[in-house]
Design a protein around this ligand. Structure first.
Ligand SMILES: [Mn+2]
Length: 334
């Protein structure tokens, strides 16, 4: 068993209740996560799916896996989308608020009326699941799935430990972000001991298509510094993607490139879709990316957050600049 250390007093009890509900369920388990799934989304879903299947359960993840994460599942392991809800299904929603229909992907939630089990670490989670384990102090949902796997009594194998470690690895920026707690490092050590392939996943995650570098040139040429250098922004639009031969799903990592700019406290990458604009925000910790995202209609964490603004780029940019100014004032940086 993994040592459970949490600010949530009922953490271990809720984990056991969710495990019990899953073990008692006879029908298919449907596992879903958020739109634009990241390493924590796929790692959490696949970790739970493999644990349940090892216990003889019928469990399937429905997810549109982005290109850079396609090395994670075995062929046929993850289905792109649930066509219709099977009889006696039980829904598990991981790494996202189960009530946020704009964010949960992979199936039509409005056609499902059964119980929902939710495991998530977002501070903006509204806690409306039938059974919810929500702990914003956890660095990754995969870390919570690790505790759930223990509660299920599944035997740890390299195939099970690897996706769970992937979720922890990616949500901590490969153990570089401020959420890399002793708990994270101990969990990672346990998972490596259980056969998780850390070097392999880092090698797979670091590989880039040639179009990455062509788009990087475009992103760098759009970089701007605001608020006297405290804020760095960049923008990607359809024409830039076309010139680089890249797709929208390739854009996600660039915010982590610009956030390296010395002297900045907040980085924002704008995805300009014409009629709407998506913001990816990263903070070094002094300002809250979450506060800026919430002011723009989104959510997330202090260190990493995002929002979709239903407006063209200029309008979304002005909204972000106002929200950023308010946040910089709140923490006394301007
Ligand atoms: Mn996560």
């Amino acid at each position: 068993m993994t040592a459970v250390n949490s600010s949530e007093p009922r953490y271990a009890e809720l984990t056991a209740q969710i495990a019990r509900r899953l073990l008692d369920h006879d029908g298919p388990v449907v596992i879903l996560s958020h739109v634009e799934p990241d390493g924590d989304a796929i790692g959490s879903c696949l970790g739970l799916q493999r644990a349940l299947r090892s216990l003889g359960k019928d469990a399937t993840t429905y997810m549109d896996v982005p290109r850079y994460l396609r090395f994670v599942p075995e062929p046929g392991e993850i289905e792109p989308r649930l066509a219709s809800w099977p009889e006696n299904a039980l829904l598990v929603v991981l790494d996202v608020d189960n009530n946020d229909v704009r964010r949960v992907d992979g199936a039509d939630l409005s056609a499902y009326a059964g119980d929902v089990l939710n495991v998530d670490h977002h501070g903006t989670n509204r806690r409306v699941a039938t059974l919810g384990l929500v702990d914003p102090t956890k660095a990754a949902t995969a870390l919570m799935v690790m505790h759930l796997v223990d509660a299920l009594g599944a035997a740890w194998t390299p195939e099970l430990a690897t996706p769970v470690l992937l979720g922890i690895n990616t949500d901590t920026g490969s153990f570089r972000f401020s959420n890399t707690s002793p708990e994270v490092l101990r969990a990672a050590a346990d998972l490596v001991e259980r056969g998780a392939r850390l070097a392999w996943m880092n090698e797979m995650l670091s590989q880039q298509q040639p179009s990455y570098y062509a788009l990087l040139r475009e992103v760098l040429s759009s970089m701007e510094f605001l608020e006297g250098g405290l804020v760095v922004v960049a923008r990607v639009d359809e024409a830039m993607l076309a010139r680089a031969g890249a797709a929208w799903e390739d854009v996600e990592s660039y915010v982590n490139v610009i956030r390296g700019a010395e002297g900045t406290e907040l980085a924002c990458l704008f995805k300009d879709f014409g009629d709407r604009t998506k913001l990816s925000l990263r903070s070094r910790g002094r300002v809250s990316a979450q506060n800026v995202a919430v002011a723009c209609g989104g959510g997330g964490h202090v260190a990493a957050a995002g929002a979709t603004v239903t407006a063209p780029y200029a309008e979304a940019r002005a909204l972000m600049e106002r929200a950023t100014r308010a946040e910089l004032e709140r923490v006394g940086l301007v």
